[in-house]
Design a binder for this molecule. Structure first.
Ligand code: MD3
Ligand code: FE
Length: 218
């Protein structure tokens, strides 16, 4: 069913540099969900605190050479999980292949992500408008993969006050955010309480990121 609908929703340019590939991950979605559970058994999802001290409603974990982290010391990428001192789980080949194929499809043949941030939204969880600039690698795109229950995504411009467009990101949808869209403001509305056969009440979002190596060398 979802493959059918994905076929009906065509590849779409959301903005300059932002390419939506509807259902691009559908054929691999069950294995991706299994991979997420496997990673979360090694590094459990947790609600990290923003530098301002507020717990995020979105729970996160990471895999790859480095992981995104936030606490009172700020937003950053780290080699090891500050909670345990252990390195993040290796990025599964399935994850890496998907991210590289999607990036190539959108015109980035050499995408080499060092990190995959995994966001988990329970009903009501949301993400306020923000820019992603902790990577210090604005030449590389970010590849995002949505799984499970849908989310209403807001996508603005380079100024926080620019008007936003809203899209529903569905199970299996992949978006490649490059070019000027790399620094666009964006956020996620509170996820509504509903059910997906592969994830229950949850929504998961994977974001694959290339990181300036100078930021996380030992
Ligand atoms: C546009 N995640 O993790 S994915 C994030 O659904 C994040 O969990 C959202 O924003 C989520 O930082 C949105 C879509 C997305 C991801 C990264 C972007 C859009 C982006 C980076 C630049 C511009
Ligand atoms: Fe973001």
């Amino acid at each position: 069913m979802e493959d059918l609908f994905a076929g009906l929703r065509a590849r779409m340019l959301l903005a300059e540099g932002a390419v939506l590939l509807p259902g691009f991950a559908n054929a691999r979605s069950q294995d991706l969900c299994t991979g997420i559970l496997d990673i979360s058994r090694q590094v459990p999802f947790r609600n990290m605190k923003t530098p301002g001290g507020r717990p995020m409603s979105v729970a996160t974990t990471s895999c790859g050479a480095c992981g995104w982290y936030t606490d009172q010391h700020g937003y950053r990428y780290v080699h090891t999980d500050p909670l345990t001192g252990k390195p993040w789980p290796e990025m599964p080949a399935l994850f890496l292949d998907l991210a590289r194929e999607a990036a190539a499809e959108a015109g980035y043949p050499d995408f080499s992500p060092a990190s995959c941030l995994i966001n988990r939204y329970e009903p009501g969880a949301k993400m306020g408008l923000h820019q992603d600039r902790d990577e210090d690698d604005l030449a590389s795109p970010i590849v995002s993969v949505s799984l499970g229950v849908p989310a209403r995504f807001a996508f603005g411009g380079l100024l926080k006050t620019d008007p936003v467009q809203r899209y529903d990101l569905l199970h299996g949808d992949v978006v490649v955010w490059g070019g000027v869209s790399r620094l666009a403001w964006h956020g996620v509305s509170p996820v509504r309480e509903t059910f997906h056969p592969q994830t229950g009440a949850m929504r998961y979002n994977l974001t694959f990121r290339a990181i300036n190596a100078a930021l996380f060398q030992p």
